[in-house]
Design a protein around this ligand. Sequence first.
Ligand code: TXA
Ligand code: MG
Length: 321
Amino acid sequence: MSTRVLPATTDGIAAAADLLGQGQLVAFPTETVYGLGADAENDRAVAAVFAAKGRPSFNPLIVHVTDIAAAAAFACFDERADLLAQSFWPGPLTLVLPRRTGCRLSLLVSAGLDTVAVRVPNHPVAQALLRAAARPVAGPSANLSGTVSPTSPQHVQESLAGRIAAVVAGGRCPVGIESTVLDLSGPQAAILRPGSVLPEDIAALIGPLAASGGDDPAHPKSPGQMASHYAPSVPLRLEALSAQAGEAFVTFGPDGFSRGGRIRLNLSPNGDLEEAAANLFAYLRLADRTDGVTGIAVMPIPATGLGVAINDRLARAAAPR
Ligand code: TXA
Ligand code: MG
C-alpha cells in the first residue's frame, strides 16, 4: 500500500472521510499530535489500527467526536463530565467514562474495559474531518507503538508510510504533547496522563483529584502508560548539565546555548513551557536521526504547569526499554 498525502482542503478532507467510511486508516492533525484515524464502529478498521501501530491489544484507543452530543451517544456523562466537557471541549482533554451498554462502538476500542476514552479535538482540520466522516473516529497517536509521537505529516510518514491509506497534511501540531487523560469512571477523578489541561484547572471545577497526579508506571490503570514509551532509538539521559561526546543536547532557556553536544536544540530559548512542548517530539526525532548521534542529553525542565507533562514524556522516553 502506498500512503496518499491529502491536502487539508475541502476536497482532501472529503477524500479522507470517504476512506474512513470504507474502513481504511487515515492519519490527521489535531492540536496535540497527529492521530491515526479509523471508523470506531468498524471492528476490522479498529483491528487494523492495532496492527499498523504494533500496539498491544490491551491498550485502548481514544474516540474522537465533533461535540458533547456525539460523545453522549456511547459514553455516560455525569455532572463532572458535563462541566469539564463544557469548559474544555473542543480541546486537549480526554475523559474516560463508562461505556453505554449496547452502544455501536467497536469493543476493541475499549480493549475489554467497560469504559471508553473520548475527546473533541480543537483543530479545524480534525473538526472538518469528523464532520465529513459523520462517525466517531478512533485515534491513537499516528506512530509505531512505544516511539516518539508525531507532530507533523513527515513524522507520520517516517513511522507509518506504506501501512496506512493516507495522511491529511495539516502542518505542525500547535500544542505538541498529547491530551490530558482524566479518569471519571469512578467516584474520585484521577489524571492518568498529564497534558496541557492542568490538574488545578480541572479541580477548580469538580473538586479534588486522586492524589497520585499521574499513573503508577508499574501498575498502570491507563494501559498505555507503560514505563517505556515515546522512546527514540538512542538512549536518553535526563537532568544533564552538559553533553558528552556523541550526544545531542536538548536544552531549555537562555543558558541552553553554551554547553557542548554534537548538536544543540533549544526547546525554548525564552524558557516558555508551551513553546518547549510544541518542539519536544520534533526535536527528539531530529536529534535521533542526526548522523553520529549516539545518545540524547536533556537539560532539566521545570516541573511546573505544562512542565509536568513534558517531564512525564521525558521520563518514559528515558526509561529502561
Ligand atoms: O492527544 C491525544 O490524546 C492524541 C490525539 C491523536 O488525540 N491521542 C493519543 O492516543 O495520544 P494514544 O492512543 O496514543 O493514547 C491514549 C491513551 C493511552 O495511554 C491509553 O491507554 C489511554 O489513553 N486510554 C484510552 N482508553 C482508555 C480507557 N478506556 N481507560 C483508560 N485509559 C485509556
Ligand atoms: Mg500514543
